[in-house]
Structures are given as structure tokens and as C-alpha cells.
Write a protein that binds this ligand. Structure first.
Ligand code: ADP
Length: 471
């Protein structure tokens, strides 16, 4: 069931977490049980030692009251009731002689009198120590206490009962520890599975998406925990990817559409040239038309490549000091005849030399696109103005017209590749001019924005950073 031997289980994070939980739990349990065992063992020993001390006190009283004879009677009775293997008593004189002893046949490993006397020199309080030897099944506690008048009482007590208590504790641990570990393992497994449930869902969603289901999203728990945040981030990423893919699909459609029209025209002229059986001189306009359409196609493709290259950054683009005043004045001069043709007033205000580090050719193309658009989308009699201004650390160029303007819903989209507002479809164009303009401005570290009202005109504003020495 849970630990079915499949390779996924063996390498799964849940299984590894469970093993870690259980190992840590086992270690903690071992430490707790070891400390408990130590405490119980010392309490049991303390109890035995207290009993031995009490015995010494009582027997001392008896010794003083009834002498050695009375003591002997009492000690023999004790040994008879407890058993000679369990207890022994003897009284040793300071000169090493044994004054009194019970049956020591089971206690041959007890130290000699000389060692006992050595140990008790200059001690009035009882001494208690443990005696363990290979001949004896259970260890024993040996106590020594002064009776007075130079006699020492030695009591030996087998720790068989203490050992039985500790054995019971050990066997109860031996039963409970594995049971607790098994429960900890199961609980750990369930907890790990529960905690990783969200990750499993993200994985399943990723699998579905990799199969093509782009609309799939990971269900949110709304608990705000790590997994929920992972799901939210994953869903955001999917939203972005979906938008990008949709955008790319639209762009591919647009490219296909924009390429199809010139190709269709090329085919049509070629076809009519073939079917009309013309003379060699009739082929001239056909060839001219074909070249014109091919140029248009090449221009379109080159502009797309330029945008991609410029968006990739300025690393491969030549950068030089460029005077924007010059670029603006040159552009105005270039477009003046076109403006005159359309009876549009084109005014340029760029008096101060303003040097920035950039690519002259790209900046010229960017400005030409903006002025070309302003002239294209402004009716006869209108006006277009280009203004250069310097602010702190920045330079701004604005291209303003009082033409047809841009509808509110189109304003955010006009910088996208191939986007053309419906109202301007009658004008020639590819929908790439503003995309290139934005790529150029961004590659120069600046930004471009537009303010426009339908029917009132538009104002494109570019802000570019000035390099330090230009401030
Ligand atoms: P196009 O080749 O169509 O001019 P652009 O990328 O330069 O492509 O512009 C995208 C669209 O933005 C245009 O098709 C037009 O609808 C709109 N647009 C750009 N500039 C202006 C302007 N000055 N006034 C009104 N609309 C404009």
C-alpha cells in the first residue's frame, strides 16, 4: 500500500521526509528513554541505600542495647527470612578479626577484612558501594557502618529486586518504542504527503500543460502558505506564457497576412505577364512591380530583424556621441517637403546642442518613424511640432500633432508589433514603426510614452538619460 516498491516511491521527497522524521523521532525517543532509565535506576538505588542506612542505625541501637549476642540473634533471623543468597551481615573488629558473621557461603567474592578497614579509616558515616563479579548473577550493594567500640557492621544485599524493576522498565520500553516509532513513521508519511500535496498538483498541472493544455491552472488553497504561493506564482507564470503565446500567434498571423498580400501581387503580375503573351518591353513594368513588392517585403523582414536585434540590447550596436539637436534638425529638413505637400506646418525647436551616447542611425530611424506617423495621421492644414528639452540628468524629445488621435483602447497596443488602429488602415504602413521606436529608446536606457485623444491629436514623449559629462 503506502510503501509499494515502485521507483517513484523510493526516490520521492515524501518517503525521504518520512525517513528523516522517523530517524529524528527515534533519536529523540532514545534520548528521552535513556534519561528516564537513568533516573529510575538512580531512584531505585537510592531507595536500597536508604534501607541499608536505616538497617545500620537500627542494628547499632540493638548492638548498644543487647550486645553482640542480641545482634546475632536478630541477624540470623533476618538471613533466615530473606535467604542467605540475598543478604549477609558480619561484624568486624578494628584489628581485623571477625566478631560475628552470618552464612557467607554465597558471598565469597566480598572483599577481605583488611580492605574494608582501610576504606573505613577516618570515616564515621556509612560507606556503600556496588559489588559486581562474574560469579554473581545480580550485582550487590555492600554497606559498612560503625557500631561503636571499634566494631564495624558490614551488610551485603543482592540487587535482584532492583534488577527486576529495571528489567520491567526495559521490557516496557522495548514494547512501546517500536510501537511509537511505527506510529511516528505512519504519521510522518501522512504529514509529508499532505504537505507535498500542492507540489504534486503543480507537477500534474505542468504535465497537462506540457501536453498542450495551456488553459490549465493549479487550484489555490488560499491559505497563503509556501505551496499556495508556489501555485499563485505558477499560475501567474502560466498567465504570462499564455499571453505571450497568444501574442505570438497573433503576430504570426499578422506576419503571414502582411507577407501574403505582396506575394499575391507578385504572383498576379507574373501570371498576367505570362498569359497576356506580351513583348519583351511589356515585361519591364512587370519586373519593376516585382522588384517594388520584393523591396517592400525585404523592408518588412529587415525591420522585424532590426527590432529583435535592438531589443536584445546595445552590445553589438556601435555607440558614439550623438548630438540630438542635429538629429532633430536633419529629420525636420528631410520631412519638410512632405509636410509642405500635405500643407502641414512642421516646426522644430532644438537650439541647444545635446550630446548623448547612442547609435545615430537608430536614433534617426526612431525619430523619422515618429515624424512620419505624425504627418501621416494628421489631415491637411494641421501642424506637427518636434521639441527638444533638457531636464535634470535627462533629455526629452516630444513629437506632437493635432491629427486624428488614437482611441483610448488602442493606446496601450500601438507599440506592439504589427498593431494598426482600424482608422489608420487606409494609410500605407506595416505596424512596425512604433515597435522599432520603442526598442531603440529602451536600448538607449530611456522610455517612450504617448498621450492622445481621438480627434484631437497625439503627443509622443521620449525620455533619454544624459551621460554624466553632459549634465
Ligand atoms: P504604421 O506603419 O501603421 O504607422 P506604427 O507602428 O508606426 O505603424 O504605428 C502603429 C499604429 O499607431 C498606426 O497604425 C496608427 O494607427 C497609430 N499611430 C501611430 N502614430 C500615430 C499618430 N501620430 N496619430 C494617430 N495614430 C497614430
Amino acid at each position: 500500500m503506502f510503501f509499494a516498491p515502485n521507483p517513484e516511491n523510493r526516490s520521492s521527497l515524501a518517503l525521504r521526509l518520512t525517513i528523516w522524521y522517523t530517524a529524528i523521532f527515534a533519536l529523540a525517543a532514545a534520548i528521552v528513554f535513556a534519561s528516564c532509565y537513568f533516573i529510575i535506576a538512580s531512584v531505585v538505588q537510592q531507595r536500597t541505600d536508604d534501607g541499608l542506612r536505616e538497617d545500620i542505625d537500627e542494628l547499632r541501637d540493638l548492638y548498644h542495647a543487647e550486645g553482640l549476642a542480641g545482634l546475632k540473634e536478630e541477624l540470623d533471623a533476618e538471613v533466615a527470612s530473606d535467604g542467605k543468597e540475598k543478604v549477609f551481615y558480619r561484624v568486624i573488629r578494628m584489628d581485623g578479626r571477625i566478631a560475628l558473621t552470618t552464612d557467607m557461603s554465597a558471598w565469597r567474592d566480598v572483599p577481605t577484612q583488611r580492605e574494608v578497614l582501610e576504606r573505613l579509616k577516618a570515616r564515621t558515616l556509612p560507606v556503600i558501594e556496588t559489588l559486581s563479579s562474574p560469579d554473581r548473577e545480580y550485582p550487590a550493594r555492600i554497606a559498612y557502618g560503625r557500631l561503636g567500640a571499634g566494631d564495624i557492621l558490614q551488610i551485603g544485599e543482592s540487587l535482584e529486586e532492583d534488577d527486576a524493576v529495571l528489567a520491567a522498565v526495559r521490557s516496557s520500553f522495548a514494547v512501546t518504542v517500536p510501537a511509537i516509532l511505527a506510529i511516528a513513521g505512519l504519521l510522518g508519511w501522512f504529514m509529508a504527503r499532505k504537505a507535498l500535496h500542492g507540489v504534486v498538483e503543480v507537477t500534474e498541472a505542468a504535465i497537462d500543460i506540457s501536453k498542450g493544455d495551456l488553459a490549465r491552472r493549479v487550484p489555490r488553497t488560499r491559505r497563503g502558505d509556501e505551496v499556495d504561493r508556489l501555485a499563485a506564482t505558477f499560475n501567474n507564470m502560466l498567465d504570462r506564457i499564455q499571453t505571450l503565446i497568444t501574442g505570438m500567434r497573433e503576430m504570426t498571423d499578422n506576419i503571414a497576412h502582411d507577407l501574403r498580400s505582396p506575394l499575391a501581387r507578385i504572383r498576379a503580375v507574373a501570371e498576367s505577364a505570362l498569359t497576356a503573351n506580351p513583348s519583351v518591353s511589356d515585361y519591364r513594368p512587370v519586373a519593376a512591380d516585382t522588384i517594388e513588392e520584393c523591396d517592400r517585403l525585404m523592408h518588412l523582414i529587415n525591420t522585424m530583424l532590426d527590432i529583435t536585434e535592438t531589443e536584445a540590447g546595445m552590445t553589438d550596436i556601435t555607440v558614439e556621441p550623438v548630438d540630438l539637436r542635429e538629429v532633430i534638425n536633419d529629420a525636420c529638413e528631410l520631412f519638410e517637403p512632405l509636410a509642405e505637400d500635405k500643407h502641414i506646418t512642421l516646426s522644430c525647436s532644438a537650439d541647444q546642442p545635446t550630446i548623448i551616447h547612442g547609435n545615430r542611425h537608430l536614433l534617426q530611424r526612431m525619430l523619422a518613424n515618429l515624424i512620419d506617423n505624425a504627418l501621416k495621421y494628421t489631415p491637411r492644414g494641421g501642424s506637427v511640432s518636434v521639441v527638444l528639452a533638457r531636464e535634470s540628468g535627462k533629455v526629452s524629445v516630444s513629437v506632437r500633432d493635432n491629427g486624428i488621435g488614437i482611441a483610448r483602447e488602442d493606446v496601450d497596443k500601438i507599440f506592439e508589433r504589427f498593431y494598426r488602429c482600424d482608422q489608420s488602415r487606409s494609410e500605407a504602413g506595416s505596424g512596425l514603426g512604433l515597435s522599432l521606436a520603442r526598442a531603440v529608446v529602451r536600448a538607449h536606457g530611456g522610455d517612450i510614452s504617448v498621450q492622445s485623444h481621438k480627434g484631437e491629436g497625439s503627443r509622443f514623449s521620449i525620455v533619454l538619460p544624459l551621460t554624466d559629462e553632459d549634465h
